[in-house]
Design a protein around this ligand. Structure first.
Ligand SMILES: Cc1cc2nc3c(=O)[nH]c(=O)nc-3n(C[C@H](O)[C@H](O)[C@H](O)COP(=O)(O)OP(=O)(O)OC[C@H]3O[C@@H](n4cnc5c(N)ncnc54)[C@H](O)[C@@H]3O)c2cc1C
Length: 520
């Protein structure tokens, strides 16, 4: 009979790394228990995964500053800035560093966790793409490999991105293709006209791949950037999306002075916490959203209702070229300290500051349908306003539009182009699952909640009909909606990896008969 300590982590990007590290911490605290851990990671850099692949070009940068990147809890290891210093790489805390550098850091963290793992935890790494998980006789059987474990954690994040890279036909290609120079030139010859589906962060990556990635150079000037072409660019890049709304630039810390101090924010966060504690039939509409709007009004120092008017106007209709241009310029000027923060910035700042509390409040909670619909509408727009690209990339977009290489004339009706690039990523939650999660959903081992995410409890265990599924846990993008804000590198926004490790450690030491969980 297998011991309760056999565990698998399927998918080892950042969240798999955090789970592994948490399990090591628990194993140190339970020295008498032996754990046998299998890690399945398809890519060549566990810890980093394809999103932070160390070989990707340096023009692909993070969308939050270096000082926020720390893979450890309680200072048990170096954050990105001090690790870079130790490696002889000069990184300032406000820099938006290349994702490749973050990948090197995460891969180093993975290596360190494995090398310093306690002796009662044996780890086997399998460079395998997992296609199936089957529950048999109280264990989970993992395919390929036919390995059987008591507990499996699925942290497959963006799942199998390589499948997306297949061209649907010769004129529609996936944005990932452009990151490889040879494939990029074959797919998008110089002088081609390009329609780009999606106007968010992947569009920015695409735009940079077709310009900087082809040898063009941006030069910083007083009003933003100028661009020196290489001659290998397409003739035109025309983004389109359902709304035409762009993302707002993140502020440049050395140029921007925040208008409110720590005392002000401590008071606002207390008020927000109070709003979260009210009970109402539609708590988001009645309490939470009004509280956020009021905080934004106070941040900006305007009359009550200014933030609500801004938001209503922002999402009332799709943006045309002129509105898009004005919005990008305003966001960039605010970010660079040239224009004063507007009510849109204040609303975004209220959302960012309150976000950790919102994550705690919303996660594992079922909203009623009207409240869920409002939350979905608000969070899509706040993603654009609060979690946009660094100012430098908005500056580059403005520059390319000014010289006519990017066009905003086809924002909601695609350009009739030589090539269309898909610069969107599949939706989070249960809407677009690949195997093995798709199979688990088909077989009833997982289910989706009202906001579309696979249901899990606060130890990350899959939940079906309100009961934990024995030995099956999920952390990350597939649970988005049930857990808020998964698509982040932050180690500190959620405590699911730590809670999961506590849970499997408890399960490993408990007599099997006392574990009262559902077996589908
Ligand atoms: C292009 C891009 C840029 C981003 N930039 C930022 C940013 O700047 N800041 C930020 O905070 N967040 C960013 N994100 C969000 C990003 O998803 C998270 O930061 C983080 O990667 C989430 O970690 P994860 O482990 O949940 O998922 P992932 O990083 O997707 O990792 C999942 C892992 O599972 C593996 N895997 C998948 N399927 C299988 C399978 N069937 N079998 C075995 N292994 C499998 C993959 O190879 C991968 O290593 C970005 C996302 C993308 C796509």
């Amino acid at each position: 009979m297998r011991s309760r300590g056999s565990i698998a982590i399927v998918g080892c990007g950042p969240k798999g790394l955090y789970a592994l590290d948490s399990l090591c911490e628990m194993a140190r605290k339970s020295a008498m228990q032996h754990y046998e851990l299998h890690i399945f990671e398809a890519s060549s850099h566990p810890g980093a995964g394809p999103v932070y692949e160390p070989g990707q070009p340096d023009f692909l940068v993070m969308n939050f500053p270096a000082h926020m990147i720390d893979a450890w809890t309680q200072g048990r290891g170096p954050d990105l800035v001090s690790w870079s210093r130790d490696m002889g790489i000069d990184v300032a805390s406000g820099d938006y560093v290349p994702r490749a550098l973050v990948g090197q850091y995460l891969f180093w963290c993975f290596d360190r966790v494995v090398k310093t793992a306690p002796s009662n935890l044996s780890i086997r790494l399998h460079a395998t793409q997992i296609t199936r998980l089957d529950q048999r006789m109280g264990s989970w059987v993992i395919t390929p490999g036919n390995i059987s474990v008591n507990d499996v954690l699925v942290t497959t994040g963006h799942q199998n991105r390589s499948g997306d890279e297949m061209a649907k036909d010769r004129t529609t290609i996936d944005a990932h293709l452009l990151l490889d120079a040879a494939q990029s030139f074959a797919a998008v010859p110089k002088g081609a006209t390009v329609a780009c589906k999606g106007f968010a962060l992947t569009f920015i990556d695409t735009m940079l791949a077709l310009t900087e990635g082809r040898g063009g150079e941006f030069v910083k000037v007083e009003s933003g950037y100028s661009y020196q072409p290489s001659g290998h660019e397409p003739a035109l890049i025309a983004p389109f999306s359902r709304s035409g709304r762009p993302m707002r630039a993140k502020v440049q810390a050395d140029r921007f002075s925040p208008p409110r101090d720590a005392t002000f924010w401590a008071r606002q966060l207390d008020l927000f916490q109070n709003a979260l504690s009210y009970t109402a039939k539609e708590p988001f509409r009645m309490n939470v959203w009004p509280a956020l709007l009021s905080i934004a009004d106070r941040v900006h120092g305007t009359q009550d209702g200014a933030a609500r008017s801004f938001f209503n106007d922002w999402h009332a209709a799709p943006f045309d070229a002129e509105r898009c241009r004005d919005e990008l310029r305003l966001g960039y000027d605010i970010a660079m300290g040239v224009a004063p923060p507007d009510i849109g910035w204040a609303l975004a700042e209220a959302w960012r500051r309150c976000y950790p509390k919102l994550v705690c409040w919303l996660s594992h909670r079922e909203l009623c349908k009207p409240d869920a619909d409002l939350f979905r509408k608000v969070s899509v727009e706040m993603e654009r306003l609060a979690f946009g690209p660094p100012a430098q990339n908005v500056g580059k977009l403005i520059c390319l539009e000014e010289i006519g290489l990017v066009s905003f004339d086809h924002l909601i009706a695609p350009l009739d182009s030589d090539i269309t690039i898909n610069a969107t990523i599949p939706p989070a939650g249960a809407a677009a699952l690949s195997d093995p999660l798709a199979g688990l959903l088909r077989n009833g081992h997982v289910e989706a909640g009202i906001l579309g995410g696979l249901r899990v409890n606060n130890s990350a265990q899959a939940m079906v009909n309100g009961v934990a599924v024995s030995g099956l846990s999920i952390i990350g993008r597939a649970t988005e909606g049930c857990v808020l804000g998964n698509d982040t590198l932050s180690r500190h926004l959620h405590d699911l990896p730590e809670n999961w490790a506590k849970h499997v450690s408890r399960a490993a030491s408990a007599p099997t008969a006392t574990i009262l969980e559902r077996t589908v």
